[in-house]
Design a protein around this ligand. Sequence first.
Ligand code: ZN
Ligand code: ZN
Length: 385
Amino acid sequence: MVETKFSTVLELAKKILSEYDLCDNCLGRLFSKQLHLKSNKLLGKKIHNKLKIKNNKCHICKNIFDIIPSYVIKMQEASSEYIFKSFLVGTMLKSSFLDRDDHIRSQFKLKGIDGIKTSITKELGKQFARKTKKRQKIYEPEIVLTVDFKTESCESHSKSLHLFGRYTKCTRDVPQKQKPCSNCLGKGCVTCKRHGISEFDSVEGMICKYIFEKFGAVQAKITWIGGEDTSSLVLGNGRPFFVKLLNPKKRSHKLPKLITSDKIKIHSLKIIPNIPSGPIQFKSKTRLLISAENPITHQNLAMLDSLNNTSVAIYDKSGKRTEKKIYSIRYLQNSEKSFTLELKIDGGVPLKHFVSGDDIFPNISELLTNRCKLEQFDFDSVIIH
Ligand SMILES: [Zn+2]
Ligand SMILES: [Zn+2]
């Protein structure tokens, strides 16, 4: 069966080779699928031999397959710092290669065959896998190697790693977020060593510093479950956060249950498969220290009882209304003009506005008919639904 087909293949191959010089790989590629053969090169060689035609310089690929081993070395160099099990290769090729390939394929009506780019990519992958004993994987490989024949270079990029953890903060002098590097505004430059941040003195900075060192990465994106002030304490089981770690060199690590940094503690940091998409609903238990413009009485404060198990409406700049729930409220007068408020409340309520009364109803200032100000607020727990 194959033999009869092979004679037709030989006929067409002869016609093609009378016009174009092709290498074993490119020649074999034109017929290997219809003959159900795996190796383009062996088939090309067989056809060349049968027809007694020698290949000199391939019209399509200019003998690119001869230099594949030198590119495999470039791939090994580009990936030498990474610890990985699976990979995928991407190839960038001068368009003239593709044009010549397309031209021959259409001239001889060759359908359903690999293109030159696919063929080169497969060969790179095959040889790299053989040399490194790593596995090729099309879906979610751990690293992607991009071989660029135009610049004769190779770059590696690893799949992002996702982490989840919680942090607690027991001092009143640590901002939650890090200001971006002033030189690049967060993009990453030489000054900030590609981090996008040049200092590491915030919660964000301290988390990043730890995971950058641990996983050999330079950039991360943190998703916070709620926010706080520099002066806020975060106590209890801490505030949850998600990290998307870009281009990590290492992927697996035993992480300690508790990581104690300068001023924060990171609890139960772990690798997770994915960061949940969309907004994450949560509740906070928070303690607010509030000052009032005029003296307050206990009867005054009792007005706040009406906030128990109720909803507040928040209006944004465009006038859009969202509702958030208050689950419980407790208050304690500290002095003539100050009191502490303990709230269990839905996440996403701007607490300063809730106290002063800007665009939130009901609110503290309005209920007490006394102009109030949020002096400080701490978190006792943050609960994800
Ligand atoms: Zn060729
Ligand atoms: Zn920078």
